[in-house]
Every structure is written in C-alpha cells, then in structure tokens.
Design a protein around this ligand. Structure first.
Ligand SMILES: Nc1ncnc2c1ncn2[C@@H]1O[C@H](COP(=O)(O)OP(=O)(O)OP(=O)(O)O)[C@@H](O)[C@H]1O
Length: 263
C-alpha cells in the first residue's frame, strides 16, 4: 500500500493494537498482536477456545494492561486510561456472563449503563442520587427507542425476572447502547441463544452498523460471524494468524488448520 493510502487508512482507524503481548506471570496468552479496526465496520475476533479473544477485549477495554505493546483509541494511547473513562471516549461493551440486576426494572437496568464513567458511577445509580434521577428522566425516552432497536417488546417498568435468556442478552445490549457508543465491544452476544434468536442478534448487529457504530464481536457461531462481519481477525494460541474479509479468512490454510486442530 502506498504511504498516502496507508495514512488515509490510518485516519479511519478507531482502534490500533501495536505489538500487544500479555502474560499473567506464566506463559504468554497474547503474543505480538498487531491490527487496526476501522470506523463504522463490524470486526469479528475469532479463534479456538483459549486463543486469547476475551483477554484482548479486556485489554482494549482497559480492564487488563498489556505486558508489552500499546493500544490506541482514536490515536490516543490507553495505557493510563481507567476502564470507566472509556465510556467518555464513546466505547461501551457487554460481557460473556449476564450482568442484569433482577430486582431493578428494565428501564433501571438500561439506565445503569448511562452511569458508567459518571461521577459516583454505578453506585450513584443504584442509590438513586438526585442529579442522576434528573438525568434518567431525560434519558427515559431513549430507553423506549433502544428496546425497539434490540427488538424487545417489554414494558420498561417490568422486572426482568420473567424474561428469557435471549431477551436478557438483548437487554444487556440496550444497556451498552444508552450512551450512544461509537465503538461497541460484544463478548459472545449469541452464546446460549437458540437459532432464531441468533439470526435476530445478527440483524440487530447489522442495524447498529447501519447507524455507524463500530462493532467488535467475539463469537463462536461462524454462520453469524460470516454473515455480519466486514473484517475478521483470527487468533490462535495468542497470535494473530490471519485477518481479512470473511471469505479470505475462511479459505486461509492456517485458519482451517487451527480449527481442525492440526496447528
Ligand atoms: N486473569 C487471568 N489469569 C490467568 N490466566 C488467564 C486470565 N485470563 C485469561 N487467562 C488465560 O488466558 C488464556 C486465554 O483466555 P481467553 O479467555 O482470553 O481465551 P478466549 O479465546 O476468549 O477463550 P474462549 O473462547 O473459551 O472464551 C487461557 O489460557 C486463560 O486461562
């Protein structure tokens, strides 16, 4: 690629990982991982179990620090950024395990996402401090829009305890969207969903991309990955072994070998 094209591509990058290594005091979990994520696209991070996908997402979300290398978001090194400050950069995420408060209403659960990174944070939300109650009132209309966006036909005032697992996953997604992120990190959003719920999750991701939200998706369901991704990064034993369009990675011999267990 020419220098001009390279700098144009870099301008469009929202995240850049440069030579990221990670260990937890033992063997390397990530080794020299370098790639860029461009704005407004759906990027999937795939690889066999234990390849280092969640560790990488935790590094991008500043929950873990790289042992070496760096992560840039909008060109800013995140080395000293606290995880809660990420939301102010327009970065939000969901987790593999559900983090829904079952004794709070659907609306309150979604609004908790608006409190991340604010003064007082999650606890101010749980304790219902006055400034946040005012802000919540302003955001209430948005809750209804988000429920529609994630395809949840439930009352914002209902409790989530009667909701199915698939519906709770979508509720978590709505919570991550309340702050209108530019970059959304999704850790296995379709895990545990039935086939029709997976299809619906794919449609939701496409809707998010249509709204120019950059999505990073960790997912084991290859049909979903191949259907929604613009760009796929493949990890194996902590190394990036391939990246490209879904078609390119699907026919990459290293990727095929990793998935068949021959590498
Ligand atoms: N906090 C930690 N302390 C020690 N080892 C860890 C820690 N977090 C992850 N690991 C190790 O790092 C390796 C990669 O784990 P990680 O969860 O990132 O893989 P993954 O690709 O997301 O796997 P899966 O698809 O099964 O979720 C594993 O060997 C795991 O045991």
């Amino acid at each position: 690629m020419s220098a001009v094209l390279q700098s144009l591509a870099a301008e469009n990058d929202i995240v850049r990982l440069e030579g990221v290594h990670k260990d937890f005091g033992g063997p390397k979990v990530l080794e020299d991982v370098t790639f860029s994520l461009s704005q407004g696209h759906v990027h999937s991070l795939i690889g066999p179990n234990g390849a280092g996908k969640t560790t990488l997402l935790n590094i991008v979300s500043c929950l873990y620090r790289p042992s070496a290398g760096r992560v840039l978001i909008d060109g800013h090194d995140t080395a000293t950024l606290a995880p809660h400050a990420l939301a102010t950069l327009g970065v939000c995420r969901t987790f593999q395990n559900l983090k829904i408060c079952r004794n709070m209403t659907v609306r309150e659960n979604i609004l908790l996402g608006a409190h991340v990174g604010l003064q007082g944070g999650l606890w101010a939300g749980i304790l219902r401090l006055p400034a946040l109650v005012r802000r919540d009132r302003e955001l209430s209309d948005k809750v209804q829009d988000l429920l529609a966006l994630v395809g949840l036909d439930v009352s914002p005032d209902s409790l989530p305890d009667a909701m199915s697992y698939g519906a709770l996953k979508r509720l978590e997604l709505a919570r991550a969207l309340i702050r209108t992120p530019r970059l959304l990190l999704l850790d296995e959003p379709a895990a545990g969903l039935n086939p029709s719920e997976k299809v619906e999750m794919g449609r939701i991701i496409e809707r998010l991309a249509a709204q120019h939200i950059t999505v990073v998706l960790i997912e084991h369901d290859m049909k979903l990955v191949m259907g929604v991704s613009d760009h796929v990064v493949v990890l194996n034993y902590g190394r990036c072994i391939a990246q490209g369009t879904p078609t390119e990675v699907a026919r990459d011999p290293d990727v095929i070998a990793a998935y068949l267990g021959t590498k």
